[in-house]
Write a protein that binds this ligand. Sequence first.
Ligand SMILES: [Zn+2]
Length: 171
Amino acid sequence: MAVIPLVYHPDERLTTVATDVPEIGGEIAQLAEEMLATMHDARGIGLAGPQVGRMDRLFVVHVPEDEPRVFINPRIIAASPDEGPYEEGCLSIPGVWADIQRPLEITVEAYDQSGDAFRLDAGGVLARVIQHEYDHLDGVLFIDYLTRRKRERLMKTYRKPGPEDDGAVDE
Ligand SMILES: [Zn+2]
């Protein structure tokens, strides 16, 4: 299975709103498979379309002790009032981690790679990753939640990887 080159911050595609997938057919199913392969290769647990240069509203998720999941044209339709911190990282910003506050439980509706609609109640790491990936479809990165001061301090040592830096281990 082909692995797609990752898009790294800063890149305009990571701050652009993606568009709905008009029709779920073989092409988008293959893209989802390639995104899963790319995510596994990079040892990540979530990957969104814009992170592989595809401005389509889809993302893939595979958290420990769960099956790989594909979300096409997703909508988060409910979020718990309870929020909590969790240390997040991103395949597009390798080596950078920060505690981010988000709702602990969410309900999401989406289509899978066969075009079937589903609804999922998620908690724990799954809820966390779904919200992180969903943000990518709206051009939002987890570092956007930090205060400017905190973000600048955190990003001081960050270097955008070049094409030669393959095989980084990160979320
Ligand atoms: Zn990310």
